[in-house]
Design a protein around this ligand. Structure first.
Ligand SMILES: C[S@@+](CC[C@H](N)C(=O)[O-])C[C@H]1O[C@@H](n2cnc3c(N)ncnc32)[C@H](O)[C@@H]1O
Length: 355
């Protein structure tokens, strides 16, 4: 197998600063050189550092489609890798560009493109450097709307005046609906994945979001192209959740994920994509009669006539698959006194504490 890093993998235990397990805990941020924490939402430099050393070699090309403060480009050049970044906000990209320039090490090649990473023609940009593909993609998108990026550091109207575009329009952190955010992310993920060469990896740092008692899981719902190689848990000390309303069962999120996928075949690759289904218990193969009847009754406030139960179940698989389905409903009611109570002629109710 072709080498994809400069480490001696036969002696990996010798590298005491390379993390080899699936739990990453960093006690403090690397603030050396030009690295700083001033860009809200930037990742700590140790993340790109670990990933680049583990998955790339000196001279390799790295793509970061969400550059922000430029952490990954700074780290790439420190490690003698080359890097191309994309950032939506021109002013943010400028700051990153200046930092990268200050850090500038000999022989570093790279650039930061201002634009929407879903639209930028990466292949065209790579051509300017005489390459057609990259060896690694590092991906640190907004965690939906938990941190809003455009119209925060720089007013969107000033950007519009100065540069002629409204950054809010293409900012992933400004997408209102979760499903639309997932769609936008999936589109971007597939696009960036095509820029990888065979054997290359894409690492995505992402977090789950809790809002009003519901978990929105980037890890579960964002598309996974290629071979899923690793999921690393990174301890996180700022919770990605709306902390203003605490209910008793609130579990603060104290971790992020680094998901690593590999491109084994440039032409045809597997894709893991989440789909949300709604299941009706009346059509579910494994559902027993007692649960089906109880579920129908649970929808109602008080006692219901048998005719209502027939009506609610008749058109569903549970009834269609049993020609004696009406008898089955009556038998279910009569044989489960702990669950169902006969209140009047033809009327039944649910014992709510046992059903
Ligand atoms: C989580 S931050 C990246 C932080 C970066 N890893 C760092 O260390 O500074 C996400 C960045 O994506 C940018 N962004 C949002 N939507 C974008 C889009 N459609 N195309 C490119 N960049 C976008 C935001 O402006 C923000 O700077």
């Amino acid at each position: 197998m072709a080498r994809y890093n400069d480490l001696d993998m036969n002696n990996w235990k010798e590298y005491d600063d390379i993390l080899t397990d699936s739990l990453w805990i960093f006690d403090k941020r690397d603030k050396s050189g030009v690295h700083n924490a001033s860009y809200h939402g930037n990742f700590i430099p140790q993340i790109p550092n670990q990933l680049f050393r583990r998955y790339t070699k000196k001279g390799d090309w790295i793509l970061d489609p969400f550059v922000g403060g430029g952490t990954s480009l700074i780290e790439a050049q420190r490690l003698s890798r080359n890097a191309i970044g994309i950032e939506l906000q021109e002013d943010v990209a400028k700051i990153a560009h200046d930092l990268v320039k200050q850090e500038k090490t000999k022989d570093f090649k790279g650039t930061i493109i201002v634009g929407d990473s879903r639209v930028v023609n990466i292949e065209e940009r790579l051509k300017c450097f005489g390459i057609s593909k990259v060896q690694f993609v590092i991906y640190h998108p907004p965690y939906w709307d938990i941190i809003k990026y455009s119209d925060v550091m720089y007013s969107a109207s000033d950007v519009q005046k100065q540069y002629g575009y409204d950054p809010k329009q293409s900012d992933l952190s400004r997408i209102r609906e979760w499903d639309d955010f997932v769609k936008a992310m999936n589109y971007a993920m597939m696009k960036q994945f095509t820029a990888l060469e065979k054997g290359g990896r894409m690492a995505v740092l992402m977090g789950d979001i809790k809002k009003q008692g519901k978990l929105y899981s980037m890890l579960a719902e964002i598309i996974k192209p290629g071979t899923l190689e690793n999921i690393i848990i990174k301890a996180q000390h700022n919770c990605f959740s709306d902390q203003t309303r605490y209910s008793g069962n609130f579990i603060p999120i104290l971790h992020e994920y680094v998901m690593i996928v590999r491109k084994d075949d440039p032409l045809i690759y597997p894709i893991i994509a989440a789909k949300t289904y709604k299941a009706d218990i009346r059509d579910m193969p494994g559902a027993v009669w007692r649960d089906v009847v109880a579920a129908v009754m649970e929808q109602c406030d008080g006692a219901v006539p048998l005719s209502y139960l027939y009506e609610q179940i008749e058109s569903h698989q549970k009834a269609k698959k049993n020609r004696w389905w009406k008898e089955k409903i009556r038998q279910t009611l009569q044989c489960n006194p702990a669950h169902f109570r006969h209140t009047d002629r033809g009327m039944w109710t649910l014992n709510r504490n046992t059903a």
